[in-house]
Design a protein around this ligand. Structure first.
Ligand code: COA
Length: 432
């Protein structure tokens, strides 16, 4: 097949490409900084031609204009993760939220949410006609396989990552060439409380461990305290700029991994241009759909897998809420439960949920007797293992409910311990 001819024949302007979208279609957009911004802008500009186009998406790092007030007749947002840009749409009832483990999201397209159109973002084709999905493989690869129509933004700024992350030109129906820098995520500012949490988490990491780190200040704080470790590996959902320094220092070398030895395995990436340059054509990086990275039985094949994620609230039974504040959906499960379970399966594995002991400027405790009314349990008490705050570490696995409650109170903020002890004695009919 002459893929170069196919490529040429399928070239369109963005305006012409988004006219292939029809009213009532269901569309997926590549995730996070993998968003094909040029196509999304063209789709929003073409909105008068559409009614009731369903946009299914995880995190939008762009402006998510399709979810803004006034767009309801053109677009309906169906969120698989509630991020900052689409939170208000879901809260106001103009958007929906569909709970789904990240490991299972790619399979949604072929089952409950069949796709009419996939908007993807890729690197230019290599000499064999393969384009890399770069920083967003996650559900994008399955979307490109399942959708009736695939529209791709081909961008020279998209890093050519390696792994199971390629789409052939013949699989793309319409090609829009447009170069623009990728969306970025700057490293977070790390507070003293987060540093203390990072140090506590790092004390649970041993030389030779394989790590999964979530996103944000706490995972970045953990990385700060790993500089003295040796031979760490990575099998994760995503990583950011924070790992580069540890790779350059030889701390992360993936040499002790028993599964995908020598490779850093991930499904999506988010960071600055420094990260995008680091992963470009880098054989150390192996990108895969989230059906692979996040499947607990696959990730759990890594011995000594340590997962580190964060949460909103935990009750005295060890039930972890990571996605709602009371009735309000502010986030989603993402890969948290996938990796808690993977670490549970892994020989020598450990799962850590780490959080500051208080929220709202120290006015409320994140360790509570009962979860807020309407809160969702994300990681259940059957799955939870380590809970870490700036005040210490509690290992809840296989401990009685009274013991785990006692341990949790010991790592709560001192200002709230007396009240929690009172609640404990009432609830469990026992002395603290
Ligand atoms: N009660 C009331 N509000 C609370 C609260 C509590 N116990 N805990 C947090 N909040 C509020 C914060 O004040 C903040 O509100 P604001 O945006 O109005 O300031 C908001 O909830 C988010 O809290 P914050 O501490 O800023 O969040 P974070 O950036 O550290 O993220 C999670 C924490 C739990 C939302 C995030 O880790 C997450 O989404 N986890 C689930 C998915 C996951 O684990 N993925 C892992 C693989 S990447």
């Amino acid at each position: 097949m002459d893929w170069k001819k196919t490529y040429k024949n399928r070239l369109l302007t963005a305006d012409a490409a988004v006219q292939k979208i029809k009213s009532g279609n269901r569309i997926s957009i590549s995730h996070a900084v993998g968003e094909p911004s040029y196509l999304v802008e063209a789709m929003v500009a073409n909105r008068e031609s559409y009614r009731d186009v369903e946009i299914v998406h995880m995190v939008s790092m762009g402006e998510a204009e399709y979810a803004h007030p006034g767009m309801e007749q053109y677009f309906r947002h169906n969120a698989l993760f509630v991020g900052a840009k689409t939170r208000k749409t879901v809260q106001d009832g103009h958007g929906d939220f569909t709970p789904c483990y990240f490991s299972q999201i790619p399979n949604i397209w072929g089952r409950t949410l069949p796709l009419d159109v996939a908007l993807i973002h890729v690197s230019p084709p290599d000499k064999h006609g393969y384009c890399s999905l770069g920083v967003s493989v996650d559900y994008s690869k399955h979307a490109a396989e399942q959708a009736k129509i695939v529209i791709a933004q081909v961008n020279t700024h998209m890093p050519r990552t390696l792994g199971d992350c390629f789409v052939h030109v013949s699989e793309i129906d319409y090609i829009v060439e447009y170069d623009q820098p990728l969306l970025t995520l700057n490293p977070p500012k790390i507070s003293d409380v987060e540093k203390a949490i990072g140090e506590n988490c790092a004390s649970l990491v041993k030389d030779g461990d394989c790590l999964q780190l979530g996103i944000g200040a706490i995972p970045d704080a953990v990385l700060l305290f790993l500089k003295g470790k040796k031979d760490l590996g990575i099998h994760t959902e995503m990583f950011s700029d924070g790992v580069i320094e540890l790779v350059e220092a030889g701390v992360i070398n993936n040499s002790k991994k028993n599964f995908n030895k020598g490779k850093m395995v991930a499904t999506f990436l988010m960071g600055t241009q420094k990260l995008y340059d680091f992963v470009d054509n880098n054989p150390m990086i192996s990108m895969h759909p989230s059906t692979y990275t996040n499947d607990p039985y696959i990730a759990g094949q890594n011995d000594n897998l340590v997962s580190i994620n964060s949460c909103v609230q935990v009750d005295l039974l060890g039930q972890v809420c990571s996605e709602t504040v009371g009735m309000t959906q502010i986030s989603a499960v993402g890969g948290q439960v996938d990796f808690v379970r993977a670490a549970g399966i892994s020989k020598g594995g450990r799962s850590i949920i780490a959080m500051p002991s208080t929220a709202k400027g120290g006015t409320i405790s994140k360790i509570v007797s009962v979860l807020d009314e309407g809160a969702a349990v994300t990681t259940s008490r059957y799955d939870v293992e380590y809970l870490v705050t700036e005040h210490g570490i509690a290992n809840l696995k296989n401990r009685t409910v009274r013991d785990r409650a006692r341990m949790l109170i010991q790592i709560a903020h001192p200002d709230f311990r007396a009240d929690l002890i009172k609640q404990f004695e009432k609830r469990f009919n026992a002395k603290f």
